[in-house]
Design a protein around this ligand. Structure first.
Ligand SMILES: [Zn+2]
Length: 115
């Protein structure tokens, strides 16, 4: 498994957990859109994930709020758009494939179910 995260400072447990979910989402998206093999991703998606990780590392909040509820919105607009697309696609994909646990882990806040 390639680890894009080698020279980073250690993340808090919560951020590390969040990064794992993030990586999972990007992997699914890349596999379905760019034909990446399991556990791999294309350069674009790797860039997006690395960007997400950098934001996570820099996030001043500990514990970190759900990005949706965060007042800072630290993502660059284009990256934000791409990440939102990934989240939307992979979120649906995981629900369809019974991996609701991953979705819940990422959007862990009380909200009424929507479709
Ligand atoms: Zn990709």
């Amino acid at each position: 498994m390639t680890e894009p995260v080698s020279d980073q400072q250690p993340l808090s447990r919560q951020k590390e957990a969040e990064f794992k979910v993030l990586r999972r989402f990007v992997e699914v998206y890349c596999r379905k859109h760019h034909g990446a093999a399991r556990g791999e991703m294309c350069a674009d998606c790797a860039e997006l994930l690395a960007y997400g990780l950098a934001r996570l590392v820099k996030c001043p909040y500990d514990p970190k709020p759900s990005c949706k509820n965060c007042p800072v919105h630290c993502y660059r607009p284009d990256m934000r758009r791409r990440m939102r697309e990934v989240m939307r696609f992979s979120g649906r994909y995981m629900i369809k494939h019974g991996r609701l646990d991953w979705v819940v882990r990422y959007f862990s806040r009380p909200s009424k179910p929507r479709r």
